[in-house]
Design a protein around this ligand. Structure first.
Ligand code: 5GP
Length: 222
């Protein structure tokens, strides 16, 4: 097959466009912002949970991730082309990340293992809206703005070993946010149901005006 010069250039451009469309063709409609309760994660999902540098995690909800959501409640994952995680882009926010986004399974690895894993799996798919620095900064801001533990505490729900009904928890969060986040529970080996993860949604704002919204669809994992 022969191509004249200008046709070849057109074909190359078209091929490049198609590659970009394939990679980022699926629009980001919204994000799931997911927080996890360390005691529930460590008590039920994995053994030998340990905070980086062997400190105990804060008694607070940590971040699991910020996941671009699809219309059916699933999430975009491992988008191509891959954009390598760069630890240097987190300069100045690492201590905040260690506090708010601790990697609970890391007895030997540093916390950045979890951040890299989340960037590779979900962050790259958000890159049309958020570069790596913006992705991590936004996620930290969302954690700060959500006040999950305080809002539960205001309703008398505390990590004190007592049992609280799911309805009471949902009611407290509905009153605090004006919508009900999705709650994921785990049943531990003594048959107790533990509050594990809380899912809130965030608009996918091309103009960077991000804010919490009622989730358009139930996350598939819950
Ligand atoms: P995902 O649940 O997002 O598919 O995968 C999370 C990955 O990060 C797993 O390989 C898990 O072992 C690792 N990981 C490290 N620290 C944590 C943590 O604190 N919470 C969760 N959910 N996963 C963690």
């Amino acid at each position: 097959m022969e191509f004249k010069g200008s046709n070849l250039i057109k074909l190359l451009l078209l091929t490049q466009c198609l590659i970009v469309l394939c990679a980022y063709g699926e629009d980001v409609h919204f994000f799931y912002f997911v927080q996890q309760w360390p005691g529930s994660y460590c008590g039920t999902v994995v053994r030998n949970c340990r905070h980086p540098k062997n400190k105990k995690p804060a008694i607070d909800f940590g971040i699991h991730g910020l996941w671009p959501g699809k219309k059916d409640g699933s999430t975009l994952r491992y988008c191509k082309p891959k954009i390598d995680f760069s630890a240097s882009q987190l300069a100045g926010i690492t201590s905040k990340l260690e506090r708010d986004w601790p990697a609970l399974t890391c007895p030997t690895k540093e916390g950045s293992f979890f951040w890299k894993q989340q960037w590779d799996k979900h962050g790259v798919c958000s890159n049309s809206i958020l570069n790596q620095r913006a992705y991590f900064e936004l996620t930290l801001d969302l954690k700060e703005g959500t006040n999950l533990k305080r809002n539960l505490s205001n309703a008398g729900i505390n990590p004190d070993g007592k049992t609280y009904t799911l309805d009471k928890i949902k009611d407290a969060l509905q009153k605090a946010y004006g919508f009900t986040p999705f709650i994921e529970c785990y049943t531990n080996n003594t048959g107790h149901s533990l509050l594990f993860q809380v899912y809130k949604c965030v608009n996918a704002a091309a103009d960077s005006n991000f804010h919490f919204i009622e989730c358009p669809v139930r996350p598939k994992v819950v």
